[in-house]
Every structure is written in C-alpha cells, then in structure tokens.
Design a protein around this ligand. Structure first.
Ligand code: IMP
Length: 192
C-alpha cells in the first residue's frame, strides 16, 4: 500500500491548522496502548466502551492490535460545538450491555475539561462494574476543570484545539489521517 502524502497545512472554517501528530506516530502509539490492554486485561474479557463520534477511528485501529477476547460497545453523547466547550453535557445513549461485574474500559478520543469523562464515569460506576478505567488518545492536562483518572493516555497536549483522526471542528476534519493543531502558539505533544 502506498503511504499517503499528508500536507503540512489545512484550512477549515476560516482557521489555519498545521500538522501536529502524524498518522505514523498515532499508529505507533496505538500499538503500544493495545499491548497494555492485552497485558492488563488478559482473561478478563473487558467491555471496550467507545465514545462516539470522536473515538471511532482510534478504537477501530486499536482493536487491530488486540489479541485477547473483548466486547465492543458504542456510546454517544455530544457536548461540544466549535472550538470552545459549551459546558453542556448530554445523556448517554446506546448502552445495551449490563456492566455489573464486568471489566469496563472507556475509550475516548480526547479529554479536555474532563466534564464528559466525569459524567460517563459517574453513570457507569452506578452500574457496579468489576473495574472501570479510561483510555484516551489525547489529554489536555491544563484544561481539566475536574479531576479525571486517565489510566492510559496516548499523548498529553497543551490546551490547544486539535482536529483530525476522528476529532472534528464543527463536524469537519474527522477523516484526516493525521492530527492538526489550530495555528496559534503551538507546542509539541508529550508522549506518556
Ligand atoms: P470535555 O468534556 O471538555 O473533556 O470534552 C470532551 C469532548 O470535547 C471530546 O470528546 C471532543 O469531542 C471534544 N473536544 C475537546 N477538545 C477538542 C479538540 O481540541 N478538538 C476537537 N474536539 C475536542
């Protein structure tokens, strides 16, 4: 398969974006996150709870490298518009499995203020799972407005708006193979 040439710059909704994390870096990171799951959840048949829409791409690539038995479920809850969090949190939709006594791993694309993850956590905890943990591809530690326990983090990034690889800007840019950052003063991501 020929590798896709990615452009260094993108323009979306009157904003300039520059290449931030390449698809190769993302896939390398995902492979190491999958190894952790294979190790930590061996023989536990965890429920992987994918938070839509943003984590669709992350989870699809992640499961390519998972070699233990897992169950995959999808949840939906929208809380974001434009480049700033509205603070509005909506209800969880789509949960069909009973999670009592199951090992549950939440898969998020990004934790920003942490409000979404916090709410999901509270709702799921009420179902009394055997264990509950959160894996996020991206974490903005400086944006957290509430403590969130992220057991597995792909990249810690500064408080900047990023798009691509499932993450959108008003529903656009999700299909980009790389992650781009809105051009202001961008700083490099830190691998965990
Ligand atoms: P939180 O509740 O503020 O942690 O935000 C969680 C949700 O906001 C994520 O699942 C994303 O959908 C969205 N979000 C937060 N930061 C960004 C970003 O930089 N780009 C795109 N979406 C984001």
């Amino acid at each position: 398969m020929s590798s896709q040439l990615s452009s260094q710059k993108k323009f979306l909704n009157q904003k300039n974006f520059s290449l931030y994390i390449s698809s190769q870096e993302i896939l390398d990171k995902i492979q190491s996150l999958a190894s952790l799951i294979n190790h930590d959840y061996a023989d536990k048949k965890p429920v992987l709870l994918v938070i839509l829409n943003g984590a669709f791409r992350f989870s699809a690539d992640l499961v390519r490298y998972i070699d233990i038995d897992v169950e995959i479920q999808f949840l939906r809850l929208a809380s974001y518009k434009g480049t700033e969090s509205t603070g509005e949190i909506k209800k969880i939709l789509g949960l069909t499995t009973h999670l009592a006594d199951r090992h549950v791993l939440i898969l998020e694309d990004i934790v920003d203020t942490g409000l979404t993850a916090h709410q999901i956590w509270q709702d799921l905890q009420a179902q009394k799972p055997a264990s509950l943990a959160l894996m996020t591809l991206l974490l903005k530690p400086d944006a957290l407005s509430i403590p969130v326990e992220c057991a597995y983090v792909g990249f810690s990034i500064p408080n900047q708006f990023v798009v691509g690889y499932g993450l959108d800007f008003d529903q656009q840019g999700r299909e980009w193979n790389d992650i781009y950052v809105a051009e202001e003063a961008s700083q490099p991501p830190k691998g965990e």
